[in-house]
Design a protein. Sequence first.
Length: 279
Amino acid sequence: MEKIMMNKNVENKSSYHVTKKDLTWASLRFNWICVNLFNYESQLGPSLVWSMAPLLRKIYPKDSDYQASLKNHFNYFNTTPYLANIVLGTTVAMEEKDGIKALPTVQSFKTSIMGPLAGIGDTIFWVLWPTIMGSIAGYMALQGNPLGAIIWFLVNILFNIMKVWLYHVGYSSGTRLIDTLGDKINTFTEAASVMGVTVIGALVATVVKVSVPYVFKFGKVSMNIQTDILDKIMPALLPAVFTFFIYKLLDNKKWTPTKIIFLVILIALVGTFLGIFKA
C-alpha cells in the first residue's frame, strides 16, 4: 500500500526542469496578450492561460493533469500587469515542484497576493508615472522639446524588460519574497498613495489653468477679481474647484471620460468667447 502511495506521489510531481528560456517566453507571451483577452468574468485569467500553456504542457505531459492546470488558471485573476509576472513565475515554481498537488495552493496564493500587488502597481504605474511623466512630456511638447516623449518611450521599454525580469524573480524566489515583504507591502502602498495624492494636488495647481479676467471698478477703486480676491482666498482656487467638479462627474455613471472631455472643451470655448475665462 505504501509503495502504491509513493508511486502516486511521484506521478503527481513534474520531472521537467523549467529553463530560463521557458520563463522568458512565457513572460513575453503574457506581456503581448495581457489585457487583450480581458473580460469581466475572469479578468486576466484567459491571458494567463494563453501565456503559460506551452510551459504547462512541458510540466504536465499527461493530458488530464495539463487540462486540470489550465482550468485552474482560468479562474479569476486580476492585478497590475506590471507586477503580475512575479505571481506567475511563483506559480510555475510551485507546479514544477509539486505538480498537480500544487493547484489548490497556487489558486490560494494568486487570490491572496493579487490585491496587495495591485495596490502598489496601480499607484506607481497607473497613477504616479503617467501623471508625472505625462505632464512633463506634455509641457515639453508645448515648448517644442521632444525629450519628454523620448524619455516616456525609453522608460516604457525598461518597464517591459522589468516585467520579464520579475517573472524570473518570482520563479527563483517563490513565496519567500512575498513572505519577506509581509506587512511592508501595505505600508509601501499607503506611502505611495499619499505621494500620488500630493503629486496630483501639485499638478492641479500648476497644470490646470482657469482664471477670470474681470476687474471690479467703483470710482477710483479697481480690483482684479482673480489676483485681488480669488488668489487671496487660496492660490489656484478655480483650478481646484474645476478639478473637484470633474471628479464628481467621473463618479457619476452617466458621464463617461469621453463625454467629460467634450464638456471641458465646450466650457473652455464658451467661457473664452464670453470673456469669462482668459484665452
